[in-house]
Design a protein around this ligand. Sequence first.
Ligand code: ATP
Ligand code: MG
Ligand code: MG
Length: 587
Amino acid sequence: TDHKPSNFLRQVIERDMAQGTYASRKWGGTPGDAPHHEAGQPDPAKIRTRFPPEPNGYLHIGHAKSIWLNFGLAKEYGGIGHLRFDDTNPEKEEQEYVDGIIDVVKWLGYDWDVNGTSHLYYASNYFDFMYEAAEALINAGLAYVDEQTPDEMRANRGDFTTPGTNSPFRDRSPAENLERFREMRDGKHADGAMVLRAKIDMASPNINLRDPAIYRIKHAEHHNTGNKWCIYPMYTYAHPIEDALENITHSICTLEFEDQRPFYDWLLERLAELKLLKHPLPKQYEFARLNLTYIVTSKRKLKQLVDEGHVSGWDDPRMPTLVGLRRRGYTPESLKLMAERSGVSKAGGWIDYSSLDIALRDDLEGKAPRAMAVLDPVKLKLTNWAEVFGSESHREACSAPAHPHVPELGVRQFSLGPEVWIERDDFAEVPPKGFFRLFPGNKVRLKYGYVVECTGAEKDASGHVTAVLAKLVPDTKSGTPGADAVKVKGTITWLGVHDAIAAEIRLYDRLFTEGQPDAGGRDFLSVLNPASKKVTQGFVEPSLLSADKDAKFQFERHGYFVCDQVDHAKGKPVLNRVTGLKDSWAK
Ligand code: ATP
Ligand code: MG
Ligand code: MG
């Protein structure tokens, strides 16, 4: 079995399982939950976690870490991971994003259908419960309607050094508060006229406990509940309730929610006292968010890249969105590997982008078929071909394993003829020091083929090389007896002009030239990498003729490539470079 390094979340879960913290949980009749009819029955899941995206944009690589953590831990410990759309905010959410999120979470390999029960939830299905809970808090003297203006509320909140000041509306009776709250619900007041606040402590050193707002007026239609509501719960109020109703045990979130934890606990404890929820209650745990260099993840900035045409769309292969990374050719395994290696801790930090490429190579090295490709082609003419083989039309069949260590992947077939494509920079008229490839008088091996000896080059009027010339050395074919009799220092990749397939190859690089593009308030657009995309017309091996969209290859000497999800077609290949064979990026 895999050795999983421990981290504080695994330790917490293992401790809770050993102590039986959640063993006595029973279904409470969760609204909208599939096991609703099993109210009162023991919860069969050992632990429950949730990934709770707001459906207001495309997910990015940071979310992949949260998805990996929540679904990964649930799976590892015999629990259930919930996918929950946190759709409590009426204005910003769209079906397009809901569908997109479902699609990429599945692509990452996670599933919320466990033993035939779907664990896909919408926070908006809990609005009725949230409302009832708010009335219960009012009746218990734990919440009040505040009619101060937003400015007054802000001013009276105080700050880190000054305690807040009680609102003049704080001591209204529960009956009066209930009446006002119902007026809010019934649409009698305008947006912003008043809010419902929890009554905790205006002098708390934690500003989040200074009577936080829990309901606000918003005359807006909601994609799920339509016009039923004109008041909506605040995130800090809704989230703990969502967790509790779904029997979540470990509510894992990023560190910016740490200061909210005391309110999370306060609210759930009060609702348990009011018999609206049952112990054991969920607990919140925070970890440091993933920060990867050379990308931006702010939704606003990603949108700006798309809207201003700096990239071709949300799924541009240079985007850090999961749809972009998928199109670029990063695999689910590589993202999970990167997430695992980035660690789970409370200490934030930056992870170098190269860790993603390293993870991709580690994933694909053992499984991607090999192939030859020529990205910057120049013709090599073998001038003694007819002399050696008897005719210009003769073809020498060549083959190579699709993978050096995975025989199941089969054998690639291609052939050598009198003209082959080679990389332009595999020829030098005057070789620089240490150059072992083609230059007049030097011998190299055409990989899986023959040794050839360079005799010169053809040039146009401006001195530009139009073809390289060489003679084939007979009896040197790879895999035949005596093939190594002629020693060479260089081996180059090539493709027969007669059987190479023309391909559009997109060479991608980092989108920004600076590791922290938006550091220190810098305009991130000022450090866009002008060379982040180069398109070349090259050639690939005939083994790619039947390749489908999303097929991945290691092109020998060049790196990992994927058939583009949108533009690739069988027989008309369009490939994206995922990453090179090693990290060549100058620091
Ligand atoms: P916004 O606040 O702009 O809506 P968000 O990134 O918080 O964006 P959510 O949909 O709320 O988006 O995020 C869903 C989950 O993903 C949250 O639990 C959040 O903590 C987690 N998450 C977001 N960004 C990262 C990150 N960089 N690393 C780890 N987890 C993240
Ligand atoms: Mg958010
Ligand atoms: Mg956020």
